[in-house]
Write a protein that binds this ligand. Structure first.
Ligand code: NDP
Length: 405
């Protein structure tokens, strides 16, 4: 049916490439591109020989002109951006200049300020509308599937949704004293930033990791979860009418928190440049270089992830609760595509989002978050392509005293 340009050749990109090759009727041809051609070639080598034709290219996606030249030479229908959030705007500019649809998994961040906001990308809405192109933002798991879960709940289970708790739990163990499951620089920026949640039309700031609860997750067991700001809170607060409260929670082991605290205390997580032997370096970028590459965690990570949404609201005038979640086994992912579950749970939805755009099911001019489209084809595809979901109509609530009606 068409061609996709995949920018990035890291942990998530590897899964996107594997999954695109599983759907050769849609992805007839793909091109894998990043600044390091060898990484793209290594991915191609693993998957060559199937029905999807694979090319590779070298591109610095911070440079819009380089992306434009690559798009012109390869001629894709869609660009799947699974490089870093810093490249989002340059790639969107290139898509506009060449008339190609755009899909990503993380909102734009200026490298010098850890600010997680959609405002820069939402500002492209009119330009994508005028060009007749679709930009699909945040089509990973969270953001991504979590937004689709909420849209599905809204469509099938509620007249009005009043509160959402997104719970992202990783019960996996990679055996290292400290490692992150996706790009360490982006991961640590996210976690060390202030927490924030939305209630009654206002954002409430918290200190980083200030709020902690214990939650007993299906198939994973009790875990400590910490309140964090996460980018889908911003779009869901806008797109779900009648919403009164939305929060995001993530599990961290005591070991992870202790290491992070020490690294923060000694300045290793700072993004302020320092001079080292006459050269300017950014401590967090240096730390990233010495931490394990998330793409290498696949063979050694055991256990499961559980990510889902606990939703409360009303249906037919009565209070209703609904929990929809996916459980993913790290080793099952490794056996299928050679990656751990965090890369897998991000890469599968990125492929699905691009596939729905290419099939015309999620294609309309403008810039959209996933919850703005019909959730049904995405939910069906999750079951089909490796991320089946489960439902619970009487989940334990995070604040049992609260009854929303
Ligand atoms: P990795 O660090 O493993 O991979 C990033 C890739 O981007 C590398 O291959 C790198 O290759 C490439 N890259 C970096 N800079 C450029 C550039 N200027 N031009 C071209 N390519 C570039 O990260 P992950 O695979 O773990 O994460 C990828 C993305 O997925 C991130 O944006 C992350 O935030 C997002 N993510 C989203 C999640 C979700 O659920 N929504 C969850 C997890 C991650 P090279 O250095 O060779 O250029």
């Amino acid at each position: 049916m068409g061609k996709a340009l995949i920018i990035g050749a890291g942990g998530v990109a590897s899964v996107v490439v594997h999954k695109c090759c599983q759907v050769p009727d849609v992805f007839e041809e793909i091109c894998i591109a990043s600044r390091t051609l060898a990484k793209c070639d290594a991915l191609k080598e693993k998957l060559d020989g199937g029905r999807t034709k694979i090319q590779t290219a070298k591109v610095d996606a911070d440079n819009s002109d380089e992306v434009i030249a690559l798009i012109k030479s390869f001629g894709p229908d869609v660009v799947i951006n699974v490089a870093l959030p810093y490249q989002d705007l340059a790639i969107m500019d290139a898509c506009l200049a060449t008339g190609v649809h755009y899909v990503d998994t993380a909102n734009y961040e200026p490298p010098d300020v850890p600010k997680f906001e959609y405002k820069w990308q939402w500002a492209y809405k009119e330009r994508f509308e005028k060009a007749g192109l679709t930009a699909l933002l945040g089509s990973g798991f969270d953001p991504g599937v979590t937004g689709v879960f909420v849209a599905y709940a809204q469509k099938h289970h509620f007249d009005e949704i009043h509160s959402i708790d997104i719970v992202d739990a990783n019960g996996g163990d990679h055996g290292y004293p400290f490692a992150t499951n996706f790009n360490p620089e982006i991961n640590i920026r996210e976690i060390t930033a202030n927490g924030r949640y939305w209630e009654n039309g206002e954002w409430i700031e918290t200190a980083p990791l200030e709020f902690k609860k214990t939650y007993d997750l299906p198939e994973i067991g009790p875990k400590n979860i910490y309140l964090l700001y996460h980018e889908e809170l911003e779009s869901l607060a806008v797109n779900i009418k009648g919403l009164k409260k939305i929060r995001f929670w993530m599990t961290f082991s005591d070991n992870y928190i202790n290491h992070l605290k020490v690294l923060e205390n000694v300045g290793m997580t700072s993004i302020e440049p320092i001079m080292y032997e006459g050269k300017e370096i950014i401590p967090l970028q240096f730390l990233k270089e010495i931490l394990p590459d998330p793409a290498s965690l696949g063979p050694r990570t055991v256990g499961k992830t559980n990510i889902g949404c606990i939703i409360q609201g009303i249906k037919d005038g009565k209070p209703k609760t609904y929990y929809v979640y996916n459980v993913c086994d790290h080793q099952d992912c490794y056996k299928e595509v050679g990656s751990q579950a965090i890369s897998y749970t991000t890469g599968v939805p990125a492929m699905i989002g691009a596939m729905l755009v290419m099939k015309g099911l999620w294609k309309k001019p403008g810039v959209f978050n996933v919850e703005e489209f019909d959730p049904d084809p995405f939910m069906d595809a999750l079951n089909k392509y490796g991320l089946p979901w489960k439902e619970d109509f009487a989940p334990v609530l995070l604040d049992p005293a609260e009854v929303h009606a």
